[in-house]
Design a protein around this ligand. Structure first.
Ligand code: NAD
Length: 456
């Protein structure tokens, strides 16, 4: 499917803005219908979307359904059920004399919004913001990633058949098309470098922005936790989407004395998950493009760390799950977010060193720690900052509809998932309604001022 002609973009924007102004997206019954239509679109086209994800990423059907299509069906239906509650005005507390003025927060849709999505979980990361925008009563332009081109084409074909095109549109394209769109309210998911370009555009229009970015999410493995279970949980999640996941465990920090035990548990888990090796397994996604493959191979070739699992590549889109030990902070693997099937292990000599290692770097999207020691848990809560903190598992936080998802500092800002996406696209508009009966009391504010009025 070809890109949306740039000349059509202003017209699309004008149509959506006119619909918003007319109030098309306001009625709650209409929003619920659109949300259920979104669920229906997914349900009736499971195979179309699963096939597209497979063509884009070699994504196994299990992962396509369990982590993208199924979750989005569930969340669309759930949002339709809960939107009445979310959209209710909230009366806030006030001083006695103010209560008759009914201080209220009204949930106002912010307008026509732009959703710029990445390629790694193309369906979930395009539709999760969209369903929040629908629930909040916004119109939306959806710009899927050109890198996941099969998914983008499938969405552009199916969405207009289920959702009202006066309110929701898919724009296909890359940088020129996105640049043209950058006058709407933005919800951007992607990397930090492009986020800075998006932020500059947003500043020019004073447009609110939500940034869902990435970074290096560390995993601390403390000897107090069962190392066999820790290894399985880390490796299982690391290989979701071939490691191309924003909250993927990026590197592991472990006491030096415990490193070999961890390596051996990781080897066992690897042998159990991929008896024929990960290169030939069909339970694994591949690297999205030859460019991303070369980036990862360059990191691998420059690394001076010891490879203890994997290390091979095949063609221009497959790399074996590779575990490295004794990784030094200056190694190529520690330069930036890995976003691929590499797992470096960094040995440390104390918990203080581990905490300092984390604190010396950008606040990650997630911090994971395997430990049964409550003191270590508390220290990590008190002494570090990250989008999420997860004990004794990795990536599992994504399964919780009612926990906010997002980053802090360089890992992004703004929140999503369920009610939090609704809130992102709603403006909390303050309101009061002052009864005329309050006039005798309020009259004290009028001039002329005198000593008598000061006593009130
Ligand atoms: P990407 O290449 O798909 O880019 C994201 C979007 O930005 C695309 O729609 C693309 O067309 C657009 N874009 C690219 N260059 C642009 C430019 N110069 N001007 C305007 N728009 C432009 O995805 P990516 O950025 O490589 O995604 C991977 C990154 O996303 C990783 O860092 C990952 O951690 C992060 N990520 C974060 C989350 C999250 O929810 N926090 C989820 C997934 C991915």
């Amino acid at each position: 499917m070809s890109n949306t002609p740039i000349s059509e973009i202003p017209g699309i924007r004008d149509t959506l803005r006119a619909s918003f102004r007319k109030g098309l997206t306001r009625p709650l019954e209409w929003r619920k219908h659109q949300l259920l239509q979104l669920a229906r679109m997914l349900q009736e086209n499971v195979d179309v979307f699963a096939e597209a994800l497979h063509k884009d990423l070699g994504k196994p059907k299990f992962e396509a359904y369990a982590y993208e299509i199924g979750v989005m069906i569930e969340r669309s239906v759930d949002s339709a059920k809960r939107v009445d509650e979310w959209a209710k005005p909230v009366v806030v507390d006030a001083q006695d004399w103010q209560r008759p003025m009914q201080p209220t927060i009204h949930k106002a849709p912010v307008g026509t919004v732009l959703i710029i999505a990445p390629w790694n979980y193309p369906l979930a990361l395009t539709l999760q913001p969209l369903l929040g925008a629908i629930a909040a009563g916004c119109c939306a332009v959806v710009k899927p990633s050109e890198i996941a081109s099969h998914f983008a084409a499938a969405l552009a074909e199916k969405l207009p058949k289920y959702l009202d095109s006066n309110a929701y549109r898919v724009v296909l394209g890359a940088v020129p098309e996105t640049t043209k769109l950058l006058e709407l309210q933005f919800f951007y998911t992607g990397n930090g470098r492009i986020a800075r370009i998006i932020s500059v555009a947003a500043a020019q229009h004073l447009t609110p922005l939500t940034l869902e970015l990435g970074g290096k999410s560390p995993v601390l493995v403390d000897p107090s936790f069962d190392v066999t279970i820790a290894a399985k949980r880390i490796l299982g999640a690391k290989m979701q989407n071939g490691g191309q996941l924003c909250v993927s465990p990026d590197y592991v920090i472990v006491p030096r004395t415990h490193q070999d035990a961890l390596v051996s548990a990781l080897k066992n888990a690897y042998a159990e998950f991929y008896p024929q090796g990960s290169l030939v397994s069909d339970s694994i996604s591949r690297i999205v493009s030859p460019d991303h493959h070369s980036r990862l191979m360059d990191l691998l070739n420059r690394s001076k760390s010891e490879v203890v699992v994997g290390g091979r590549s095949e063609g221009n889109k497959k790399i074996e799950l590779t575990v490295f030990k004794d990784v030094q902070p200056e190694d190529s693997l520690m330069e930036g977010e890995l976003f691929g099937p590499f797992l470096p292990i960094v040995p440390v000599d104390s918990i203080d060193e581990a905490i300092n290692f984390i604190r010396d770097r950008d606040h990650p999207l997630a911090l994971y720690a395997f430990t049964d020691d409550p003191k270590i848990k508390q220290r990590l809560i008190d002494e570090t900052l990250s989008g999420a903190i997860v004990f004794n598992d990795v990536v599992q936080q994504l399964a919780f509809n009612n926990l906010p998802f997002g980053g802090v500092g360089p890992s992004g800002y703004g929140r999503q998932s369920s009610k939090y996406t609704f809130d992102t696209f709603s403006y909390e508009r303050s309101g009061i309604d002052v009864p005329k009966e309050a006039e005798p009391f309020l009259a004290a504010r009028y001039p002329p001022y005198n000593e008598e009025k000061l006593k009130i």
